[in-house]
Design a protein around this ligand. Structure first.
Ligand SMILES: Cc1ncc(COP(=O)(O)O)c(C=O)c1O
Length: 498
C-alpha cells in the first residue's frame, strides 16, 4: 500500500463519519481534510483510482467519483495520462489576492477577518438602552402570554391551512391580506375614530417596521425628527439608524410640549404617542393635538402617530386618535398586535394618507417581500368572528385588576415623596422618584431580586431627566404582584429614606 493510500485508509478509519454517509462522500471528506491540514501537500500525487480502490477495498467507480468531486472544487488537478495531484491552494488564494505564490508546504499566516462594523453599525451598537427580553416579574410592556387563547387560535389556523389556498403561500402584495385590511379599517373607524379607507391600510411586520418605512420614505439622512423626551427606544433606534438628527421635545402632563426654540427648528418627522405617552403615560391634550397638526402643516412635516396600546384603557371611553383630527393628510397612524395578542406575531398596520399609498406599498414589497399571509388570514377570522373583541375585554379586565393590586402593594410601602402614576391605561405604572435617587442603581438592586423594572432616566435624550421606575404588571399573577410588589416597595422605600 502506498503512503498516500495508507494515510487515507487511516483517516477513513478514524473519522467517525455518520453511518449513512456514502463511501464516496467519506473518501472525498477524508482527502479534503488531509489537503486542508497539509498532510497531503501541494503537488503530491494521489494513487491511481484502481490502486486506491484496491487498497481501501472499495469500488473503483466510488474512487473516481470522489476524485471528480475534489477536482471540481479545485482540491486536485487531474491531467490525462500523468495522474491526479494535490493542487496548491495557497498559490491559488495568494494569486486571487494578487500577492504572488506562498512557499509550498508552509502554513500561510492567517489574517483574522475584518470585523469592524460600518460607521452606522458602530453608532447603532453603541447606544446603551437596548432591550432586555427576560420575562421576569414587572418587566414593562409584555402582555400576559398565558391568557392567549391557544386552542381557539389553533382551530382557526387549522381551518386556514385546510383550505389549501395557493394565494396565501405567496408574498403579500398590495399592502397585505385584503380581508385583514378590511377588518382593521372597520376596527379603527369604530374604536379609534381614525378616518380611513381600506386602501390606506398597509399591513407591516409591526410598528418597528412601520417606523422604518416612514423614516426611509419620508426623510433623508441629516433631516430632523422631533421625538418625545423621554422616548420609546425602538423609535429612537430606527431614526438613528436612518441617520436622522433627533430633537428631543420635553413631555409634560399634556404630552409633547413645544418651546419657542423647538418651533424655530424644522422637523421632517414628528414622532408621538398621543393616546398614552411612552413611557410617562401622559395623554396629549386636545389643545396640544391641534397645535401639533397646525405646526406639521406649517413646517411641511409628517406626524408619526404610534398608537401602541390604546386597547388598554381601564376607565372611561377609549381616547380618539390624533389622526382623526387631521384634515390635511399630515398624519401616518400606526398600530400593532404585539401588545393585545403577542409580540412574536409581528403584525402591525400603517394608515397612510392617500397620496402616499403607492410609494409605501411598493417600498414595502421591494424592501421586505412581506409574507405570513396564513397568519394574516387566521387573524382576520379571529377579528371577524368577534374573538378579538372578547379577548381584549377579558385581558383589559385582568390587567386592570392587576394594575390596582400593584398600585395598592406599592402605595402601602412607599413614603409620600414617591408618587405612582395615576392615568388609567397601558401595561405599566411609573413610580416617580425624588431627583436625588439614582433610578438606574435602584433598578439594578431590583434585578438582584429577579425583578425587572426599567429606570425612567434611561429613556431621556436631554440631560435634565426625571427619575423613576417603569413597573409592568400585565403578565404577573396576583400572587407574584403581592410578593414581588412587597419586595420592590421595600427597596424603593429604603432607598428614598436613606
Ligand atoms: C411605544 C411602543 N410602540 C410600539 C411598540 C411595538 O412595536 P412592534 O409592533 O414592532 O412590536 C412598543 C413595544 O414595546 C412600544 O413600546
Amino acid at each position: 500500500m502506498s503512503p498516500t493510500s495508507d494515510l487515507l485508509a487511516t483517516a477513513l478509519a478514524q473519522s467517525g463519519f455518520h453511518p449513512r454517509l456514502s463511501q464516496q462522500r467519506r473518501l472525498y471528506e477524508a482527502a479534503k481534510a488531509a489537503i486542508h491540514q497539509q498532510r497531503l501537500g501541494a503537488g503530491s500525487k494521489l494513487p491511481s483510482s484502481r490502486d486506491l480502490a484496491r487498497d481501501l477495498g472499495i469500488a473503483r467507480n466510488t474512487v473516481i467519483a470522489a476524485f471528480e468531486q475534489l477536482a471540481a472544487e479545485g482540491y486536485v488537478i487531474t491531467s490525462k495520462g500523468s495522474g491526479t495531484y494535490v493542487a496548491d491552494l495557497q498559490a491559488h488564494s495568494a494569486s486571487m489576492r494578487g500577492v504572488g505564490s506562498a512557499p509550498q508546504g508552509r502554513t500561510a499566516s492567517r489574517t483574522a477577518p475584518d470585523v469592524r462594523l460600518s460607521r452606522r453599525g458602530q453608532e447603532l451598537t453603541s447606544y446603551a438602552a437596548g432591550p432586555q427580553f427576560e420575562i421576569q416579574p414587572f418587566a414593562p410592556g409584555d402582555p400576559d402570554f398565558s391568557s392567549f387563547p391557544f386552542k381557539l387560535w389553533q382551530r382557526l389556523q387549522n381551518r386556514v391551512w385546510r383550505e389549501a389556498r395557493n394565494d396565501l403561500l405567496d408574498y403579500g402584495q398590495s399592502g397585505g391580506h385584503l380581508p385583514l385590511r378590511q377588518a382593521i379599517t372597520e376596527y379603527l373607524r369604530i374604536s379609534r375614530s381614525v378616518k380611513v379607507e381600506v386602501e390606506q391600510v398597509i399591513i407591516t411586520a409591526g410598528t418597528q417596521q412601520s417606523l422604518d418605512l416612514c423614516a426611509q420614505l419620508l426623510a433623508d439622512a441629516g433631516d430632523t425628527a422631533w421625538v418625545e423626551d423621554p422616548c420609546y427606544w425602538g423609535a429612537r433606534r430606527v431614526f438613528q439608524a436612518r441617520e436622522l438628527k433627533l430633537r428631543p421635545i420635553t413631555v409634560d402632563s399634556d404630552g409633547m410640549a413645544l418651546s419657542d426654540k423647538d418651533l424655530a427648528t424644522k422637523p421632517r418627522l414628528i414622532y408621538v404617542t398621543p393616546s398614552h405617552q411612552y413611557p410617562t403615560g401622559a395623554v396629549m391634550s386636545l389643545a396640544r393635538r391641534r397645535e401639533l397638526l397646525e405646526v406639521a402643516v406649517r413646517k411641511d412635516a409628517w406626524i408619526l402617530e404610534d398608537d401602541y396600546d390604546s386597547e388598554f384603557r381601564y376607565t372611561g371611553r377609549p381616547l380618539a386618535a390624533l389622526q382623526g383630527l387631521d384634515n390635511d393628510d399630515r398624519v401616518l397612524y400606526m398600530g400593532t398586535f404585539s401588545k393585545v395578542l403577542y409580540p412574536g406575531i409581528k403584525v402591525g398596520y400603517l394608515v397612510v394618507p392617500p397620496a402616499l399609498i403607492p410609494a409605501f406599498r411598493s417600498a414595502l414589497y421591494d424592501l421586505q417581500r412581506p409574507g405570513q399571509l396564513t397568519v394574516q388570514a387566521t387573524l382576520t377570522d379571529f377579528i371577524t368572528y368577534g374573538h378579538f373583541t372578547t379577548h381584549v375585554r377579558k385581558i383589559r379586565q385582568t390587567y386592570g385588576a392587576r394594575r390596582e393590586l400593584l398600585r395598592r402593594m406599592l402605595a402601602r410601602a412607599l413614603p409620600a415623596s414617591v408618587t405612582i402614576s395615576k392615568e388609567e391605561s397601558g401595561l405599566h405604572l411609573v413610580v416617580e422618584l425624588p431627583d436625588s435617587v439614582d433610578d438606574v442603581a435602584l433598578a439594578q438592586r431590583a434585578a438582584a431580586l429577579d425583578i425587572s423594572v426599567k429606570a425612567l432616566s434611561t429613556y431621556y435624550l436631554k440631560p435634565q431627566v426625571r427619575r423613576g421606575l417603569l413597573v409592568g404588571y400585565a403578565y404577573c399573577t396576583p400572587e407574584q404582584i403581592t410578593d414581588y410588589g412587597r419586595q420592590l416597595g421595600a427597596i424603593i422605600a429604603a432607598e428614598v429614606q436613606a
